[in-house]
Design a protein around this ligand. Structure first.
Ligand SMILES: Cc1cc2nc3c(=O)[nH]c(=O)nc-3n(C[C@H](O)[C@H](O)[C@H](O)COP(=O)(O)OP(=O)(O)OC[C@H]3O[C@@H](n4cnc5c(N)ncnc54)[C@H](O)[C@@H]3O)c2cc1C
Length: 317
């Protein structure tokens, strides 16, 4: 994890970890057929905590008729108290701006810049906003507040000192996987398996020599359909990770939900674990990968973090 110093020891433990930041589009860059990077700038992005990794943020999009409703974005006092959320919830439907979850792909507080890599897909408020995004457009980012000691909230990568690292995800998880891989020390090995819509969607990741990335294009197949077979191949080549004790006496697993009703379970790997798996993407695909790893392979469920980032056919309202 990147370390940073809290500005002038002004951190307050009573201050919420996240707060609204007004953001303006500085640049829009097409990275590949299905990825567009939007770089935002904001006057107070120097107070945006630069943890990186898989840290999630909320983006609040303007409405065509109403623009951005006032939830106290600019009020000095209510912001630290987290009042924006109850004001946002209390807005009438027609004035409540859509909120969607994204990942910090790059943060440069000194330049007051934030990169978000958007998947280009069919429909939804975020997809529609992206299709017309241009320099000067405004939205609100709910992001980690460097003045809060709780700014690490929203990071779900907790591998401890696990011997092996496995990261599995579809294109929505690519920004998180890329940031995590780029943060790993040079002597830490890891395997990533990333499903992308098309072979042309392979993006550069600045990882060390001990990291291996397997890209699996799905070429029009259902989202997530290439991930389970790729994980099964990886396991088949490593019989030593199969725990026959657990595989023969399957662990009880439920489908817990986390923030905003997403399929979610993000345990921290126990000390000395032989494997830590981080799995994120379309909820149905992620559920089957977790079931395979835990019930069939016999990996202790405390070593498998899984996150449903989106649901096929359902808006992330
Ligand atoms: C922690 C977290 C981090 C995330 N990080 C990123 C990120 O960095 N980049 C990113 O692009 N996404 C990311 N996502 C996923 C993103 O929040 C969803 O894709 C979101 O649904 C997009 O909102 P929308 O308004 O475009 O579509 P919605 O209104 O939510 O959905 C409309 C329709 O589009 C479908 N849909 C939604 N997303 C996709 C997709 N990716 N491909 C195909 N169909 C889709 C839905 O199933 C639905 O039918 C993240 C999600 C989480 C929970």
């Amino acid at each position: 994890m990147l370390t940073f110093e809290l500005p002038a020891a002004r951190a307050l433990d009573s201050r919420p970890g996240y707060r609204p930041f007004r953001a303006t589009v500085a640049r829009v860059l097409e990275l590949s057929p299905h990825f567009t990077r939007v770089t935002f700038t904001g006057d107070d992005f120097d107070a945006f905590a630069p943890h990186g990794l898989d840290q999630r943020i909320n983006l609040i999009f303007p409405l065509a008729d109403h623009g951005l409703s006032d939830c106290g974005w600019d009020d000095e006092q209510p912001l630290p108290d987290g009042h924006w959320y109850s004001r946002w919830r209390g807005l009438p439907n027609e004035a409540r701006n859509p909120l969607r979850v994204y990942t910090v792909r790059g943060i440069r507080p000194e330049a007051r810049e934030l990169d978000v890599d958007f998947v280009v897909h069919g429909d939804g408020p975020a997809a529609r906003w992206l299709a017309g995004a241009a320099a000067g457009d405004e939205l609100v980012v709910i992001g980690p507040d460097a003045l809060s000691i709780n700014s690490g909230l929203g990071i779900d990568w907790h591998p401890g000192n696990a011997h092996r690292l496995l990261l599995v995800g579809d294109e929505t998880a690519l920004p998180a996987i890329a940031s995590i891989l780029e943060s790993l020390p040079a002597d830490r090995s890891a395997q990533a398996i990333i499903e992308i819509p098309d072979a042309a969607d392979v993006l550069p990741i600045a990882h060390s020599a001990l990291v291996d990335v397997r890209w699996v294009p799905r070429h029009g197949g259902p989202p997530g359909s290439e991930l389970l077979p790729a994980v099964q191949d990886w396991v088949a080549a490593r019989p030593e990770i199969v725990d026959s004790t657990l595989a023969n006496a399957p662990q009880t697993i439920t489908d817990p939900t986390g923030p905003d009703d997403f399929l979610w379970d993000v345990p921290s790997a126990p000390t000395g674990a032989n494997l830590y798996a981080w799995v994120a993407g379309e909820a149905g695909a992620i559920r089957s990968i977790r079931r395979y790893l835990v019930r069939e392979v016999g990996i202790d469920k405390r070593q498998v973090a899984f996150m449903g980032y989106w649901r096929s056919g359902k808006a992330n309202d």
